[in-house]
Design a protein. Structure first.
Length: 256
């Protein structure tokens, strides 16, 4: 892998939440970061400004995923921003969650989640392959929801497909020394979970079923991604890294 100060990254969904934290952390490590987003221009510009204020380098790329022409739009903006440099790190972070049970979710909502959480990362990886440097990194952001039985079945199904994508791509990409890994956050303080901010009792309940006793923060995930992106993780591929703080690992104080 090349010197950190010359590396480049695409972080999808980097205008807010976990993606923003990943973009800021990689930029702090000297990586030139493409901050991808869908619609929130102001949030993306804020992320780029925060990175630059901290001495890093970044540019914003707008492309709504799950709509016609999404991958072309993304790569046109990405290649323009990279100005001929190859890509070292691809973080498939953008995702949507419809917190509904099997009898509530509509086929259209399920299809949209599949398009953003599964189809888009698959096609982004394929399109990124000619741009990715040998020895590069692909890091997919999944969810702890794939190892437990929550009522958000459809969301978990899409992330389960992403987990399979990680494992099954390792041999193909390994031929070029590109590692492919998954990071699985637990319940994390972002716009995806407004109820964590609005309902202290619900936040306390989450902390109560988390071994490390609190809700997740975007930086908790970003630091794990930074490790996988680093040279220290060069011999790690095909792995599913739990970054949930130990969510739902056991019964806590319960004694039968
Ligand atoms: P978030 O705060 O809702 O941010 C979502 C990001 O994805 C934004 O940058 C948004 O762009 C972008 N995005 C959303 N829909 C998009 C689309 N159709 N096309 C392109 N970009 C789109 O989400 P988050 O909580 O940080 O989640 C990040 C990842 O972690 C997701 O894959 C999520 O499934 C996973 N995760 C989150 C949690 C959690 O508790 N938060 C738990 C487990 C896993 P705009 O700003 O332009 O809308």
């Amino acid at each position: 892998m090349t010197d950190a100060t010359h590396r480049t990254a695409l972080v999808t969904g980097a205008s807010r939440g976990v993606g923003r934290a990943i973009a800021e952390r990689l930029a702090a490590d000297g990586v030139f970061v493409a901050v991808h987003y869908a619609r929130q221009d102001a949030a993306a510009q804020e992320t780029v400004a925060a990175i630059e204020k901290a001495g890093g380098r970044a540019f914003a790329v707008r492309a709504e995923l799950g709509v016609d022409g999404d991958i072309d739009t993304l790569f046109t903006g990405l290649e323009e921003g990279l100005r001929g440099q190859p890509l070292d790190i691809l973080v498939n972070n953008a995702g949507v969650a419809v917190p509904k049970s099997i009898d509530e979710i509509t086929p259209e909502e399920f299809d949209h989640m599949l398009a953003v959480n599964v189809r888009a990362p698959f096609l982004i990886i394929r399109r990124a392959l000619p741009l990715l440097r040998d020895g590069g990194r692909v890091i997919n952001i999944s969810s702890g929801a794939t190892r437990i039985a929550l009522r958000e079945h459809a969301y978990a199904v899409t992330k389960g497909a992403l987990d399979t994508m990680t494992r099954t791509l390792t041999m193909t990409l390994g031929a070029r020394s590109i590692t492919v890994n998954t990071v699985a956050p637990g319940i994390t303080e972002t716009d995806m979970n407004p109820w964590l901010r609005d309902n202290p009792e619900a936040a306390a309940a989450v902390a109560g079923v988390t071994a490390l006793g609190r809700t997740g923060r975007p930086a908790d995930i970003a630091d794990v991604v930074a490790f996988l992106a680093s040279d220290d993780a060069r011999w790690v591929t095909g792995q599913w890294l739990d970054a949930t703080g130990g969510l739902y690992l056991g019964p806590g104080g319960f004694r039968p």
